[in-house]
Design a protein around this ligand. Structure first.
Ligand SMILES: Cc1cc2nc3c(=O)[nH]c(=O)nc-3n(C[C@H](O)[C@H](O)[C@H](O)COP(=O)(O)OP(=O)(O)OC[C@H]3O[C@@H](n4cnc5c(N)ncnc54)[C@H](O)[C@@H]3O)c2cc1C
Length: 423
């Protein structure tokens, strides 16, 4: 055993807890037990020179210690967790290495609108957005089933007050309202706004519950986790991936997928052009659970009701680096804008204010698929739509990683559209 191997083994045995039932440190004990009780290993031991016996023991210890995985996913947000589950379903052994706790970054901060509407979606993303919105009921059903917890998927739909330029520019929209019933009947609590409105058949979900369910479902399926363990580099040998180095230890795998969200560009060798786009939000306790049924979206503010009576109000789009602090004045303005839509919200109590970092890219599109380094893949940059796009991203990324042709064209999201240099 080289010094390097000895150090790795010592670090692994100190820090790592494996959830894979096929791997346990007792495996080494079984070896001793068989040897003592005249097993095949025992017979060999008698005749081997002592240095070979020592070498064999070291090999067994070393091989047991450096378990390898078929795929390592860097980052346990909704994208990494959904992909880990999709790969596990295909029979692969998967490890998620997460800097903090899984699901506590952008995926925890999101509003949870599954907004696949053509008015607001970049056209290159529309096919994936539509597909993902269709996949949602089945995706949620599986997560709820495997995690044993509800994720509050709601199907009441959205009332959209589009920006005035869209009403005139986009085909199919007129200055008149496109609603199945008068606004006052659909949402009696809405102010009399005298603005064109559109009804959209969209769903919403509670992202905190969703990401917690995905974490539980992944564990239930046998995905391994190393949490509190930032990946510092993707390791290469002879130009292809062999694993990752993280703060606690190194992990071996021929395939690594970067799902590190707004931090994706910080993991060498590639500086993916992801950047944090801050969003501040607040939630209030509605005076009654029936105050608001639909998601309401206007250019100045959106409101997303939860079934427990909370209403989530958002959001800002700020270029503020990795700063997640909230600003009292900004939160107050969001709350005021919400009261402009629903006057009764003036009487509500604020429950919480928070900020999250969306993974933005220069063209607002995700980066999805293979990199020029064999074995290294990326699924990041989902910006404002990562909750919506999680099921389809997991589906196509798993297809690409397993060598199948993806069901949807992912060429617009290729790594190759940017001039990305290896660090
Ligand atoms: C305020 C706000 C509102 C939003 N609303 C919506 C919405 O209504 N609908 C919608 O579809 N989307 C919405 N989004 C966008 C959505 O939240 C994101 O697109 C999505 O969560 C991105 O998921 P992710 O897994 O890529 O990133 P994250 O959830 O940020 O996960 C990335 C993970 O990688 C980990 N990580 C980072 N660096 C490392 C490293 N070196 N080693 C190991 N782990 C690492 C992080 O700790 C993190 O857990 C919103 C976002 C915000 C901020």
């Amino acid at each position: 055993m080289s010094n390097y191997q000895r150090v790795q083994w010592a670090r692994l045995s100190r820090h790592f807890v494996f959830s894979d039932p096929n791997f346990d440190l007792a495996g080494t004990k079984r070896f001793h037990h068989e040897a003592r009780n005249g097993g095949a290993e025992d017979a060999k031991l008698h005749y081997f020179p002592i240095f070979l016996v020592a070498s064999r023991l070291q090999q067994v210890f070393y091989n047991a210690g450096v378990k390898s995985w078929d795929v390592i996913v860097v980052g346990g947000g909704i994208i990494g967790l959904s992909l880990a589950i999709a790969l596990r379903k295909r029979g692969l052994r998967v490890l998620v290495v997460e800097r903090g706790e899984p699901g506590r970054e952008a995926s925890h901060a999101a509003a949870g609108m599954l907004a696949d509407c053509a008015i607001e979606m970049p056209s290159a993303l529309q096919p994936l957005a539509t597909a993902s919105a269709r996949m949602y009921p089945e995706y949620v059903h599986e997560l709820e089933d495997e995690s044993g917890m509800p994720v509050d998927l709601r199907s009441e739909g959205t009332i959209l007050f589009p920006p005035s330029e869209h009403v005139h520019e986009r085909p199919g929209f007129s200055a008149k309202s496109l609603l199945p019933a008068p606004l006052a009947e659909l949402e009696p609590a809405l102010a009399d706004l005298n603005r064109p409105a559109i009804y959209l058949k969209e769903r919403s979900v509670d992202p905190r519950a969703l990401v917690e369910a995905a974490h539980r479902a992944a564990k239930h399926r046998g995905v391994d986790f190393s949490s509190g363990d930032p990946v510092t580099s993707v390791d290469l040998a002879d130009g292809r991936v062999v694993g990752v180095t993280a703060a606690k230890t190194s992990f071996l795998s021929p395939i690594v997928v970067n799902c590190a969200g707004a931090w994706s560009g910080q993991v060498p060798p590639y500086r993916f052009p992801t950047r944090p786009v801050k969003g501040q939000m607040l939630s209030v306790a509605a005076p009654s659970r029936t105050l608001l049924g639909h998601v309401v979206r206007a250019p100045e503010v959106y409101l997303v009701p939860r079934s427990n009576g909370r209403i989530v109000i958002g959001s800002t789009l700020e270029e503020a680096g990795y700063d997640k602090r909230t600003d009292a004045e900004t939160i107050r303005k969001l709350q005021q804008a919400a009261v402009g839509l629903i006057p009764e919200l003036a009487r509500t109590r604020m429950l919480e204010a928070w900020a999250g970092l969306r993974p933005g890219t220069p063209d607002d599109l995700p980066i999805l698929g293979a990199t020029p380094t064999p074995g290294y893949y990326v699924a990041t940059g989902h910006f404002r739509d990562g909750i919506l796009l999680a099921p389809v991203t997991a589906h196509v990324a798993a297809q690409v990683i397993c060598g199948s042709k993806p069901d949807y064209d992912i060429a617009p999201f290729s790594f190759a559209r940017f001039r990305i240099q290896a660090a």
